[in-house]
Design a protein around this ligand. Sequence first.
Ligand SMILES: [Zn+2]
Length: 683
Amino acid sequence: MVSTTRIALSRSARNHRHRYARHRSLSRKSFPSNPLLRDFEFPPFDVVEAKHVRPGILALLKKLEGDLEELERTVEPSWPKLVEPLEKIVDRLTVVWGMINHLKGVKDSADLGAAIKEVQEEKVKFQLRLRQSKPVYNAFKALQESPDWNVLSDAQKRIVENQIKEAVLNGIALEDGKREEFNKIEQGHANATPDNGPWVITLDAPSFMAVMKHARNRALREEIYRADVTQASSGDIDNTLIIDQILKLRLEKAKLLGYNNYAEVSMAMKMATIDEAEELLEKLRSASWDAAVQDMEDIKHFAKSQGAAESDDLSHWDINFWSERLRELKYDINEEELRPYFSLPKVMEGLFNLARTLFGIEIEAADGLAPVWNSDVRFYCVKDSSGKPIAYFYFDPYSRPSEKRGGAWMDEVVGRSRVLSRDGASARLPVAHMVCNFTPPVGTKPSLMTFQEVETVFHEFGHALQHMLTKQDEGLVAGIRGIEWDAVELPSQFMENWCYHKDTLMGIAKHYETGENLPEDVYKKLLAARTFRAGSLSLRQIRYASVDLQLHTKYVPGGPESVYDVDRRVSERTQVIPPLPEDRFLCSFSYIFAGEYAAGYYSYKWAEVLSADAFSAFDDAGLDDSKAVQETGQRFRETILALGGGKAPLQVFIEFRRRKPLPDALLSRLVSRARGNPISFEV
Ligand SMILES: [Zn+2]
């Protein structure tokens, strides 16, 4: 209630009257005591507690269950009788579940965790029921075949097509006997996770890397390296048979659905095709190779200069160690010494200024307008050039180890939607949240960031911009919704590029006490460190992506070639030093066997190409030409940031770049390293 008063006070008199009237009519109807069941403009994050979760979610699911039954009873192949009621059901569940899930991330407690666990299964059950609704599926099919189809907008057509495609991938179109078979596979190893098994993992990555980078004892490095590449591959803990079983079931699933292989299933809902992904990987591979060979020469040379006995015979367990020594010497940027140049308020100011320059938006503090879950959380309003609010976001900057998950992320609170209009006239405005884990301020000393943290906040803000600057009114494809998985990192990685743009960086990097600029040589080091060993790192990602695609396209489970043979074949072309004969890294490659990356690992490189190419549009226009930058920024806003999932991502990209994506911008970073540009390391 307090927040409603605050909202009214902070708005114009006209808005005040309007809100007051609505509030009165609402309270006459009913005002549920459980905050999860209330109607709200901004979620009541300040009052939701663990005790509300079970009764709130169960009551919500019951209501939505009724809504779904009603929809199934009255459904017609038309927008108002099919998609609008469906969007309302999907949205309500997404928003309310999003609220409690968000609180679990930022204000966790044993009670909250237990309460969510209690209702999790019911929620999943309802989602399955929703996804497998035959009447809804049939109505979508009928809509696609009706005369109405031609009058639908592009975005509406995409919604219909995606709903049908997803339902088909969920086995809905199968005949009864085949669906039984399909469901059996779904319950099998196809959805293996490290938590659910049967996948097993042993070594943990941070300690492994610490040894590989820093242990001076070469024999120890060798021992740990060998243990790593052979883990979970023999004796009691052996993933070999599980891998084959997973691949076999995935292939069976693909065949049942009428596809040739599992990669086709995975890519049915992605931007890339198998051929395009393979072609891109090969292009990047051949461009990375010489640079990686040069990287190896560099560290050989360097190890020799340091009197290392192994310098003529460097092996896998020496590479990380010597490259880390070389990095220390050449580019070591003391993160701690850099912190005073990156104070959080200054960084955010710079980020908001950049958004104004590029996209013509104003970001204003709006603290008090919406309830928050912690007093450090800031709330902002995003306005367009005419001063009209178009979106809002929360920013939760500081770490709180006792209740907040580590890392950084962005997510939607609510999305833009015409159907869910608050006033019956204009679309509901999007609201996002950004969560980071930066060092809290101490006394008068502001929060000071590492350069990597600066990149992180630019990255998350890129996601938030795509959610907030959407002009898409169809809620199911507005903002970040409905965007293909391999295209969704475009705006975030695009924003990261600006951290290396001199004027942008120098604009934010000012010493918080003295106001002095970041020294020029430090800026140069930051640039150089970005491409240090880029060829080698790129080859490693390409090995993972290629073996992933091969195993999900051509590989025949139980056939003449083993999964290790496939990996060896890929490695010959992606590793400068051939792998050890006993290398069984696939046994710990959980991303593709127990994670979501099956036939999707290429996405990392795919997104890098898109974002580098998008950024190069600004390079081409001239980064020093402010008019050109503004024009290009506006075009980025009107396409990549505005269209959401309402248009195929390739079309969106072409509208921005006026041509198809090219890997050249990313390649140029690798090639410049390879072209006779060895690192000098005189001490
Ligand atoms: Zn991201």
